[in-house]
Every structure is written in C-alpha cells, then in structure tokens.
Design a protein. Structure first.
Length: 442
C-alpha cells in the first residue's frame, strides 16, 4: 500500500521517482490553496471542519488549529446550510450567498460554492466549500442602488413639481384676497401661517428635486436673525403647546450668503425632528451667534484660521439618539420612524444644504436627555462681518457675541455624549466637514 509522507511517495522502502512528481504536485496544490484569497473549507457530514486553508484564516480570523474539529455552523454563527436558499442540486453542487460572523464578531457576506465529495463507491463523505468575501462589493452595490433611488426620486419630483405649483398658486392668491378683508387677529395669524407654508411648500418640492440633482438655487445675503424668527413664528403655531420654544439670537449676527428657502428648510427639518423626539413635550432651544474658528494646528481643521461663521444651535430635551445609530442619521432613507411618518430624507437634505453653503453640521446626543445640532454657516464676504472683532482662540469658538444669558452646553460638556461623526473634542467640525465632503463627491 502506498502512503504520502513528507511529500515523498514510498512503496515499502523504495522511493518511486514518479512519487516525487506527485508529492511536488500536491505541495504546489497545497501552496495554491493557501495563496488563494478564497476561504477553502472541507467539512464532514456532521458539519465538523476537516480542512481550513489560509484564506479561511484571513477571512474569519480563526487559525486552522482553532477551526479544525469544530462544528462549522457554530463557529461561523450559521444556521444549517439546508435552511439557506440554495440546497445541493442533483450534481452535488450548491451556490448561496450567506452572512457569517468572524472571530472578532464582524459580519461578512460570502458567496459560497459547495460540492459534495464522494468515496470510490460513490458514497458522500464530505463537502468542499469555497467562500469568496463579497462584503465590500455588496456595500458598493447597495450604495449604487441607493444613488439610483435618489435619481428616481429626482425624476419623479421634477414630474410633479409643475403640477404642484399649479395647485399652490390659487392657494396663495386666496390668502392674498382674504388678507385684504377684516378679520380677527388670531384668524390673520392662521392666514399668515397658511401663506408662509404654501410658499415654502413650493420651495420644498423644488428642494427634493435638487437633492438628487445637486443643490443649487439663488444665493442672496441672508440675515439669519430674521429667518430664525420667522421660522419660530411658524413653529410656535404648529407645534403642540407641550413643547416650549426658546430663542437666544445675537443682535449683531453677521450676514451670510446663501439660499433662504434652503436654510429655512434646514431649520424646519431639524426642529421637526426635535418635535418628534419629544412626544410628551419638552423644550426646543434655538440659539445663534457669531463665531470665529481658531485654526489651532492640532485641530486638523481645513478651514482658515480666523474664518468667520454664524453658528445656529438647535437643542431639544427629547429621547436622544443611541450611540449605535448616531453615525447613520445623515444617511438618505435612514429613519427610525414608522415608514408612514418618516422618509429618512430630512437630515440628508440638511447635510447637503449645509455643505452647499460650505458649512459644517455636527450632532451630539445623550439618550434620555436630548440632542443638539450645531450648524456653522461661513460668512463669505469679510465686509459683511462688520466691525465685530474675532475674540476666540478656541476651535471652534462657541462663545456667544452680542447675546446675554448663559451659553448652551460647551464642547467639553458634549464630549461624553454620543457624537456624530465620532470625534474628539475640538475636532467635531473637522470630521463633520470631511464627512460632508466625502458624501458630496459620491
Ligand atoms: N432631535 C432628534 N432626536 C432624536 N432622534 C433624532 C433627532 N433628529 C434625528 N433623529 C434620528 O435621525 C433619524 C433620521 O432623521 P431624518 O430627519 O433624516 O429622517 P426622519 O425624520 O426619520 O424622516 P423625515 O425627515 O424624512 O420625515 C430619525 O428617524 C431619528 O431616529
Ligand atoms: Mg426628519
């Protein structure tokens, strides 16, 4: 009987020259098995691992020593393969896509091809499995599909925007006619609410269209103080009384250049989210003040030292955002609300608008306590910054200028809370901007 030992084929004590070739071939094949990026596994019919190549070690993190002899489905946190969509075909082959768990608890998606191995009598003895890691390509595929969905929404929106404007025009005309009539003060307020919202509805639908196509629009100097006050006027009328709305707006806010409808949309989206986070009531606070980036060398911030921004802070005392999802809130279609209540487009639109204004947005939150969004809008024209002197050496400075009363939570305070994107104090804005930019490039 012949046996393969140490890569040399022997029959009794005689070494057969041909055996060297066989051994060499087997050695080459073993090297090839280890060189391939695929995970190659052989399991027996009780699901115990008999062979585990280097590719499997690299993909799953377990060495061959650790894996061999273990139950494959327990090791990779799988249910039985027979519950997977592809069962062995008549030819003894099977191809399925599976989610598996690695040694360090990462989830990987693999394309798995299996083949039944049989002995000379045709009796099945084991199963050869070749798993290719497709996690990255699946991620790219889902991003691509998401981008396609966004494009479809853009096309749909452009189709209805014309009709919607036709519907809105008579509504606006009616509010103008009614306004000329005598009416109670409260009724007039309701009418104003109707008019402002009808006007903004037109802006919003155009905005939805721009979300897929890239956000542009007329840019004019904006005094955020007026815009915030107008927004708060509307919110006070439409939000439940259980939510108190407080504002602290500096009297000398610098003028920014941008699109007023878009910035209004940012405020409405963030405030509506705050309302949704306080179903049993609470406090919504909107603050705004001038701020100057310090540009500390350690910050990594790519903005110029001394660049001027208007900071709008929107904070609530709502349910907060759990750490596991805070990185996802700016993603299109990410929503924790019931499908009917949230499209998940609110914050992705907000991010796009802030980015289009070359601004930065950050979020920090503490579940059970509340959430705070900070939006920094740059002041493009230094002349519009007036005579207000840069006083801050911090990065970025939250020091209010021209307002009285206590300031909101400082960077050091929010440091211990959930933040997105997760960064160290003082780097908040850098990372947020980098993230915003990378999204824009996609
Ligand atoms: N202030 C907040 N407090 C708690 N969670 C928030 C807050 N703002 C946003 N979120 C979370 O972020 C998710 C995404 O928000 P986003 O505005 O993008 O979508 P949405 O509000 O769910 O839907 P839409 O805005 O399209 O109606 C929300 O579903 C919620 O889980
Ligand atoms: Mg929302």
């Amino acid at each position: 009987m012949s046996a393969l030992t140490g890569g040399v084929q022997r029959v009794g004590e005689t070494e057969i020259p041909n055996g060297r070739l066989v051994a060499e071939l087997l050695r080459t094949q073993a090297i090839m098995l280890d060189q391939t990026h695929d995970a190659i596994i052989v399991r027996d019919y009780t699901d115990h691992i008999l062979f585990w190549n280097r590719g499997a070690e690299r993909l799953y993190g377990w060495s061959a020593n650790e894996a061999i002899g273990k139950n494959m489905y327990e090791l990779l946190s799988l249910t039985s393969i027979y519950e997977a969509p592809g069962i062995f075909a008549e030819n003894g082959e099977c191809a399925v896509e599976m989610r598996q768990v690695t040694k360090d608890s990462r989830q990987v998606i693999v394309e798995s091809r299996s083949r039944v191995l049989r002995d000379e009598t045709g009796h099945p003895t084991s199963v050869l499995i070749v798993n290719t890691d497709v996690t990255e390509s699946k991620l790219l595929e889902s991003q691509f599909l998401r981008a396609q969905r966004m494009e479809t929404i853009g096309r749909l929106a452009s189709g209805i925007v014309h009709d919607l404007n036709k519907v809105l025009s008579p509504m606006l005309l009616a509010t103008r006619i009614l306004r000329a009539k005598k009416m109670e003060r409260e009724d007039r307020q309701w009418l104003d609410t109707l008019k402002i919202n009808a006007e903004h509805a037109g802006g919003l639908i155009t905005q939805l269209m721009s979300l897929a196509r890239g956000i542009e629009g007329e840019r004019t100097p904006i005094q955020l103080r007026h815009l915030i006050q107008e927004t708060v006027g509307v919110l006070k009328r439409v939000f439940p009384e259980s939510i108190s709305i407080k504002t602290r707006i500096a009297t000398d806010l610098w003028t920014i250049v941008g699109n007023a409808t878009h910035v209004y949309q940012v405020l409405v989206n963030v405030c509506v989210n705050a309302r949704d986070a306080m179903p049993r009531g609470g406090a919504l606070t909107i603050e705004a003040h001038n701020t100057v980036f310090g540009g500390a060398p350690s910050s990594g911030y790519d903005g110029e030292k001394g660049s001027r921004h208007v900071l709008i802070k929107v904070s609530d005392t709502g349910v907060g955002i759990p750490a596991e999802i805070i990185d996802k809130v700016f993603e299109p279609f990410f929503s924790t609300k019931h499908a009917k209540n949230g499209t998940g487009l609110g914050l992705s639109t907000v991010l796009r608008i802030v980015t289009t204004h070359k601004g930065v947005i950050t979020v920090s939150s503490e579940p059970g306590t509340g959430t705070e969004f900070k939006m920094f809008f740059p002041v493009e024209d230094p002349a519009s910054a007036g005579n207000v002197e840069a006083t801050s050496a911090q990065l970025p400075s939250d020091e209010p200028q021209g307002i009285s009363g206590e300031d909101g939570p400082r960077e050091a305070d929010v440091n211990t809370k959930n933040q997105s994107p997760g960064q160290r104090p003082g780097r908040t804005n850098t990372a947020a901007r980098a993230k915003a930019q990378s999204r824009k490039q996609r």
